[in-house]
Write a protein that binds this ligand. Structure first.
Ligand code: GDP
Ligand code: MG
Length: 162
């Protein structure tokens, strides 16, 4: 089975930029993959020898009322469908309350989750990444989705662990 990876995180952290970079706008032929519905944005990624389905989501603000609402809708469905979640945060914005809420939800769901601190461009990685370790999700992968820095090595590390 081809692995399915979902991009999750609050709005404006760079999920769609990451999606477009990885898929290069190749749309997945969703009909070929059973279990996936058509109402989310799927792409097929081919990176060297690796192939996987990537799901873009609209984002969770973390400010919705009630935990059910936070994880409701398409983001929740994407998480359920995925083998792996890439939880994206913004190195530029630092750690936010919404990030905490999303991290807590993801941990409770027990889905394999990797933390990706995007927008690392122009930042000192040691300083910018440190706060995110508090989320308790292990290694923090640093990326610049707009230029691709760190993206390939992050994906390779994640796929190695499937
Ligand atoms: P989404 O809401 O999580 O899907 O975020 P988008 O992909 O739409 O990106 C939101 C904004 O952040 C856009 O203006 C992007 O160009 C910008 N952006 C995305 N990735 C990066 C990055 O790595 N560095 C910087 N500086 N800006 C980025
Ligand atoms: Mg988006």
């Amino acid at each position: 089975m081809i692995p399915v990876i979902a991009l999750v995180g609050r709005p404006n952290v760079g999920k769609s930029t990451m999606f477009n970079r990885l898929t290069r706008s190749r749309d997945a032929i969703v009909a070929n993959y059973s279990g996936l519905t058509r109402d989310r944005k799927y792409g097929e990624v081919q990176l060297d020898d690796h192939r996987f389905i990537l799901i873009d989501t609209g984002g969770i603000s973390g400010e919705e009322e009630g935990i059910d609402t936070v994880m409701a809708g398409q983001s929740l469905q994407a998480i359920e469908e995925a083998d792996i979640v890439l939880f994206m945060v913004s190195a530029r914005d630092g750690l936010t309350a919404a990030d905490y809420m999303i991290a807590k939800e993801l941990r409770q769901r027990g889905k394999k989750t990797y933390l990706v601190a995007n927008k690392i461009d122009g930042m000192d990685p040691d300083i910018a990444l440190a706060p995110f370790y508090e989320l308790g999700l292990g290694e923090v992968f640093a990326t610049t989705a707009t230029h691709g820095r760190g993206v390939k090595s992050m994906v390779e590390s994640v796929l190695e662990q499937i």
